[in-house]
Design a protein around this ligand. Structure first.
Ligand code: MCN
Ligand code: CUM
Length: 784
């Protein structure tokens, strides 16, 4: 322990950044105020699909406080009417020919203040001719359906991609010989990340230096800078992206949104900084959504409960532009980890992506690139199989879980799982839950007409994208840089490429350096979120910070330690091979009292001490980390619910979560990540839904309509810990930032379906609102 009680490395310590957050002293983009700053506002389409006949901006331009009104024609003059998406599609920055979803950006007003900018929107006159709307992905490929993306050359339909993984022939073969096959349509509905802080930018283009500074809410400052350079034609070294404190991202802050480019152009036109900050409805209605996977799953097994194979067909609704963010070769993200935690013989999945007249985006919201969908599907199928076989779902899982001796395990769709002990995790969860007693309680209650349910979910994730050989986003390989500077007095500055949105990197990354060098985390300052001050890297999403950037930090610190060894050998006048390391100090082997601490060595490295040939002064080091594989965190969750059959109301009474993310750098932060993710899971299972009517009107434009869980819906979480280090990560750490969001919805839904077993309900889709549960009990379809 250091003087103030923080550990000298891994362990529980309070978050360093909380000193400013709990005092309300964080700095978010909307706190940035520059001299002469103007304000932008976006005019958005009221219709989901329409031809634009004309746009008249004269009245808005005449507004005394308006400085500029930008439409697609101004952008076209600069070659900016369309921009590339992260998935090699193009997206309209401002609509010119047509609007393709409700809320699409049509014009951008720049004014002296926020209110004037908003007022002036009402003065813009747009004439629309409505077109037929494709609101249902299920009809998007019908021959008679209107082609949404007629801007794309030769586009004849609404298909974006067809993609498959696994082996179809061998999967069909195991299905042919199976005793039991269970098939079910399962919807993972459209949800929204809904971060507390909405998206925004302050764009400041300096026409003299021809330099752009962009303060923006981004999870990936360096990738944004590269993208801005290629889109705007400004040389990359003259763009600085600063991402100050970010109030939650959950994937929502991965993309570059059209209004960001409009703000930049607004600054170029006016010569003044331009701020644009989304309001809540804009965030919910137009920024990156998640899921919207329409899945058909089939699971095959023997009559005694050995799972043989999985066959999956997905229709993926990507909205009007394909803006999903995932590595290039994976249009459906990492969905093909759909075999989950089970040892089965064969699997095949096919995914078709389609356009609809809905807001673009996708993948966002703690999904680990579509593993949320995959995990939910397989866990629902396993429960339905248990029902079919009349077996206990825990027993069926235990029988089919991968065994510790099978790792590294290559799954039928090609992932190489690094490590794990799945049966032990489920055992621990069952023990914590008191599984037998819960089943007894349930049986007794059923006798009395009370409906209690117990749901299990055993999930496996793949996080830490990714090996450069296999993974890139828009051609940018997924390695991350890191620089570690040691001052003469022994304190350190660590510069990282990833960007916290609340995950506590300023604390855990300091702990990584502290762990490797034996100094206090309080002596390590972590710098991030400013491309002028940090090395290149792809940013924070897919729980990749610890697996990739955390590894870079560890390797850089290990390089410092090795350099320190050479300096220590000069100080002690012994050969480096005679030195041993213990926390914070090199000492002479066999003479432990003779040694030098890192602090002493840092001073010497900056002094006039004669250093051995080839040893430069100072201790600074850097690293670019290219992960050899992803890390595979996993867990076993058990949820206990009580369902009121009269109202359909669900109460989540208990939630037991056993997680294994390998070595835990800061268990308190890890548990916080799990708590947040479990709440996410309850939200998606019970209430979150981004719905649309048949005209494509978004029905989730406010928190009155788009429901989020609160502490009222959440039980006290009961957490269990397993530690199976990742064999290829320098610290043995795996990511944890999305595990609970990925794993928990299935546990909640499985619990509710378990409660409804006496009503012969096999499956109902999320969100299981009281109305949905009531309809399921009554055997009626839910009127949406
Ligand atoms: N950690 C640890 N030991 C481990 C693994 C992680 O101590 N074995 C710590 C990390 O060092 C970090 C935190 O836990 O402080 C999360 O680490 P990691 O799993 O590497 O995930 P990232 O930092 O890359 O965060 C991304 C992840 C994603 S993709 C979403 S979505 C999500 C999530 O984080 N968004 C969040 N958690 C969030 N938490 C907050 N508060 N806000 C968000 O927007
Ligand atoms: Cu999929 S949401 Mo997170 O990867 O930023």
């Amino acid at each position: 322990m250091s003087a103030n009680g923080s550990p000298m490395g891994f362990g529980r310590m309070r978050r360093k950044e909380d000193a400013r957050f709990v005092r309300g002293r964080g700095t978010y983009v909307d706190d940035v105020r520059l001299p002469g700053m103007l304000h932008g506002a976006v005019l958005r389409s009221p219709l989901a699909h329409a031809r634009i006949e004309s746009i008249d901006t004269t009245a808005a331009e005449a507004h005394p406080k308006v400085q500029a009104v930008i439409t697609a024609s101004e952008l076209a003059e600069r070659g900016l009417a369309w921009m590339p998406t992260l998935s090699y599609d193009t997206q309209a920055v401002l609509a010119s020919d047509k609007v393709r979803f409700q809320g699409q950006e049509v014009a951008f007003v720049v004014a002296e203040d926020h209110y004037a900018a908003r007022d002036a929107l009402a003065l813009i006159d747009v004439e629309y001719s409505p077109l037929p709307v494709v609101a249902d992905a299920g009809t998007s490929l019908d021959e008679s359906t209107v082609v949404i993306r007629d801007d794309l050359k030769d586009k004849q339909d609404n298909r974006i991609f067809d993609w498959e993984a696994g082996d179809k022939a061998s999967t069909d073969a195991v299905f042919a010989k199976a005793d039991v096959v269970v098939a079910q349509d399962v919807l993972y509905p459209r949800v929204h990340p809904a971060p507390l802080e909405t998206c925004g930018i302050v764009a400041d283009f300096d026409p003299i230096a021809e330099k752009l500074t962009a303060w923006s809410t981004t999870q990936a400052p360096h990738a944004h800078r590269t993208l801005l350079a290629s889109v705007l034609g400004i040389p990359e070294h003259r763009i600085r992206v600063i991402s100050p404190d970010v109030g939650g991202g959950f994937g929502n802050k991965v993309p570059i949104y059209p209004a960001y480019l409009c703000a930049v152009v607004g600054s170029m036109i006016t010569g003044r900084p331009v701020k644009w900050a989304e309001d809540r409805s804009e965030n919910l209605m137009t920024s990156a959504f998640a899921r919207d996977y329409h899945m058909r799953g089939e699971i095959a097994a023997t009559s005694d409960g050995k799972i043989l194979g999985l066959r999956v067909r997905v229709l993926a609704d990507h909205g009007a532009f394909n803006c999903t963010a995932q590595p290039t070769d994976y249009p459906a993200g990492f969905f093909h980890i759909v075999t989950g935690s089970y040892d089965l013989q064969a699997a095949h999945c096919e995914v078709t992506g389609v356009y609809t007249n809905k807001a673009p985006g996708g993948v966002a919201y703690a999904c680990s690139f579509r593993i949320a969908e995959a995990s939910y599907l397989v866990e629902r199928l396993v429960d339905m199989l248990a029902l079919e076989l009349d077996t206990d779902p825990a027993e069926l899982r235990m029988r089919n879980l991968l065994r510790p001796g099978q790792f590294p395990y290559v799954c039928p769709t090609g992932w190489e799982y690094d490590s794990g002990n799945y049966p032990a995790a489920l055992e621990l969860a069952m023990k914590t839950a008191g599984y037998e007693a819960l089943r007894a309680e349930q049986a007794a209650k059923r006798e009395r007409g009370e409906y209690m349910g117990i749901g299990i979910s055993c999930f496996t994730e793949a996080v830490g994208a990714g090996p450069r050989k296999h993974m890139d986003i828009l051609g940018l390989g997924m390695a991350d840089g890191c620089e570690l500077r040691i001052h003469p007095t022994g304190s350190a500055v660590l510069r990282i490429s990833v960007q916290s949105q609340g995950q506590g990197h300023e604390t855990t990354f300091a702990q990584i350096v502290a762990h490797e060098l034996g100094i206090s985390p309080d002596e390590v300052e972590v710098v991030h979120g400013d491309t002028d001050q940090t090395p290149f890297g792809l940013g924070t999403y897919g729980s990749r910070s610890t697996p990739v950037s955390g590894a870079a930090a560890a390797v850089a610190a290990q390089r410092v330690r090795e350099r320190a060894k050479l300096v220590a050998s000069a100080m002690l006048e012994v050969s480096p091979s005679d030195l041993d390391w213990e926390r914070g100090r090199w000492f002479v082997r066999g003479a432990p009292t003779i040694g030098r601490t890192i602090t002493e060595i840092a001073a010497a490295a900056h002094s006039s001490l004669e250093l051995p040939d080839g040893v430069e002064g100072h201790l600074d080091a850097s690293c670019v980390y290219n992960p050899p594989n992803l890390t595979f965190p996993y867990g076993a969750y058990i949820c206990v619910v009580d369902v009121d059959p009269g109202t359909g109301q669900v109460k989540v009474r208990r939630f037991i979560a056993v997680d294994d993310c390998g070595t835990r750098i800061n268990p308190t932060i890890v548990e916080g990540q799990i708590h947040g993710g479990l709440a996410d899971g309850i939200g998606m299972a019970l209430m979150e839904l981004m719905a649309f009517d048949s005209d494509g009107n978004c029905l989730g434009g406010s928190f009155m309509d788009y429901l989020l869980p609160t502490s009222v819906e959440c039980p006290p979480w009961e957490l269990g810990e397993m530690v199976t280090p990742s064999p290829h990560h320098p610290l043995g750490a795996k990511g944890i930032g999305e595990s609970a969001t990925v794993g928990s919805p299935a546990a909640v839904v499985n619990a509710i379906m378990d409660a409804l077993k006496p009503f012969d309900v096999r499956h109902a889709d999320m969100p299981l609102t009281p109305a949905a549960v009531w309809c399921a009990i009554q055997g009626r379809p839910l009127r949406s």
